[in-house]
Write a protein that binds this ligand. Structure first.
Ligand code: TEU
Length: 564
């Protein structure tokens, strides 16, 4: 089989709500995206991934869909969508849609019908269960299992209409669809084909490793200090997950050209990822794993753990090696669920923000896999200076705060310290287009506050400055397109025990690349084997090093020719 086009592609993710507001209601929209397509195309990316734009009560900012085949009126219309799609295609890019089918909104007509009665034809489209035996339905402890929801509280909601509970791994407005029911799968595949026939080029599949559950629904283990049991082992990578994805492949993707499919899979192991992405098995092209964004988590959810570079390198080394022969990696630091990487693994102070943002981009992009850039990452956008809980909007932040402070004995300040550093709202503050009042995002009142640092950090300034993070990302993306060793080179991690430098080589035929990133604010000398052989400095974010002394947060990329 020929190498698929997405091996050399770079994807740009848009969170429409926070990208650009053309009509002044404080919320981004499709017209706003259309107006800014040249900013994206200017980076040289190949694909645009849109977070959900379908009709939705917006309980989880569109990850709760009430109609899979239309556009949320706040964002625009299907006609706007077609115009956007054409604008993307005209610029030689492709469009990947978000597919959220582990759950729907509770306001989707399917669920409205399902909840009507126990013998509704759609009853079995969701996970309905009676109260635990011996308990009065609707009373504490009567939930069918002890599982907690990802956003806090129980994963079961009591519905007085029929006296039963429905499962919601996420919010109570996101009931889980029952993939065991073939009629559900048929409806999903039909909807996917409808979008592909309309011209879209693929899907990013939300929590697609949650669709197969252990149908016996056992209780989960309860961690010390927590209110609920862990459902995840019973709803992640369930027994039929591969089967469902293969069926989807057969029914939707097979026979279509030039698509890109990526499954979001919290908790996926390397071994499972090989199976999900082995082209011979016909499931998905690549998955998002979470190991490298969970590396700074620890036993206590309400404590901040600093990054351990050796751990991070160990994770990447494992994923690079594991998917060397079969399957394919996706590469990301940021998306709408993660804090800003420059604030998290870099240094967002005025002195080192740009330098460290470039280093992080370079270290990530030069691995083997398909890189994803999240809106604003190309500007080195930072976390937001959140004050109190009233500054947050995310259902996850609010839910965790309530559970931890009201039921788990945590102090507001300890919870806020973690939310400020890790909350998803850090990623969701409006895109910073210019230095004007609302950063050029809206003429109205933004749904979430604009970061005050937009006076310095904004797209207008970055595009005008040839030395900006934006232009550095542009060069990185061009390097991937021009240098086959970036796409196909074998990966070798160097200096795995070094806590300060991230170093590796990529070798393809007679070309070898050496990448070194300094993850500290101090100069560090790199002990490079065969140092004299590296003469061609292809890319750096600081003056060329002398005697291998890397400046604070410096990235260097060297190239040499070797005998194959
Ligand atoms: O995220 C799934 C997911 O893994 C998150 O729950 C993540 O672990 C957590 O938020 C980290 O803080 C997807 C979407 O990307 C997210 O925006 C949705 O809220 C979620 O699914 C439900 O659709």
């Amino acid at each position: 089989m020929d190498n698929p086009w997405w091996h050399s592609a770079v994807v740009y993710q848009i969170y429409p709500r926070s990208f650009a507001d053309a009509d002044g209601d404080g919320m981004g929209d499709l017209r706003g995206i259309i107006d800014h397509l040249d900013h994206i195309a200017g980076l040289g990316v190949d694909v645009v991934w849109l977070s959900p734009i379908y009709p939705s009560p917006q309980d989880d900012n569109g990850y709760d869909i009430s109609d899979y085949q239309d556009i949320e009126p706040v964002f625009g219309t299907l006609a706007d969508f077609d115009e956007l799609l054409a604008g993307i295609h005209d610029r030689g890019m492709k469009l990947v849609m978000d597919l959220v089918v582990n759950h729907s909104s509770d306001e989707h007509p399917w669920f409205a019908e399902s909840r009507l009665s126990k013998d509704s034809p759609k009853r079995d489209w969701y996970w309905w269960r009676p109260a635990r035996e011996g308990f009065e339905p609707g009373t504490p402890g009567a939930e069918p299992t002890n599982w907690g929801s990802v956003f806090g509280g129980s994963a079961w909601e009591y519905d007085p209409a029929t006296g039963e509970y429905y499962l919601h791994i996420f919010s109570r407005k996101q009931p889980d669809l029952n993939w065991e029911n073939p009629a559900v799968r048929d409806a999903v595949y039909e909807m996917m084909n409808w979008w592909l026939d309309r011209g879209v080029d693929g899907f990013r599949m939300d929590v697609i490793d949650h669709i197969s559950k252990d149908v016996s629904l056992p209780d989960g283990a309860v961690a010390p200090g927590s209110l609920y049991g862990q459902g995840a082992p019973h709803y992640m990578h369930g027994p039929r997950n591969h089967e469902f994805l293969h069926e989807m492949h057969e029914r939707v993707f097979a026979g279509r050209e030039a698509l890109l499919t990526v499954g979001e899979m919290p908790g996926v192991t390397v071994e499972e990822a090989v199976k999900y992405t082995d082209p011979a098995r016909g499931e998905v092209d690549m998955v998002f794993n979470f190991d490298h964004v969970w590396v700074d988590r620890g036993a206590d959810p309400w404590q901040l753990y600093p990054l351990q570079l050796t751990k991070l390198k160990g994770i990447f080394a494992r994923w690079q090696a594991g998917l060397r022969e079969k399957g394919w990696n996706s590469l990301y630091w940021n998306n709408h669920d993660q804090p800003r990487v420059v604030s998290r693994y870099g240094d967002d102070s005025p002195e080192w923000r740009e330098r460290s943002a470039k280093m992080l981009g370079g270290v990530l992009h030069l691995h083997r896999g398909t890189p994803y850039v999240y809106q604003g990452e190309e500007l080195g956008m930072t976390n937001y200076p959140f004050g109190t809980i009233a500054d947050f909007r995310d259902i996850e932040a609010l839910g965790h705060y309530a559970q931890a402070t009201e039921h788990e004995g945590r102090s507001p300040e300890e919870v806020l310290t973690v939310l400020r550093a890790r909350s998803r709202d850090n990623a969701r503050t409006p895109m910073q287009w210019d230095s004007s009042a609302q950063a050029g995002f809206t003429t109205g009142t933004p749904w979430l506050a604009v970061n005050p640092n937009h006076k310095e950090i904004n797209a207008a300034a970055a595009v005008a400055d040839p030395d900006s993070v934006y232009h550095f990302y542009r060069r990185l993306i061009a390097l991937r397109h021009d240098e086959p060793a970036v796409v196909y080179g074998d990966f070798t991690m160097l200096m795995p025990a070094d806590e300060r430098l991230y170093a590796y080589t990529r070798r393809h035929g007679s070309t070898e690349l050496l990448v070194i990133g300094n993850f500290t604010g101090e100069p560090v000398t790199a002990e490079v084997p065969d140092a004299g052989a590296w003469q061609e400095l292809v890319l750096t974010n600081a003056p060329a090093p002398e005697n291998w002394v890397l400046e604070p947060w410096q990235l260097v990329v060297y190239r040499r020719q070797v005998t194959p």
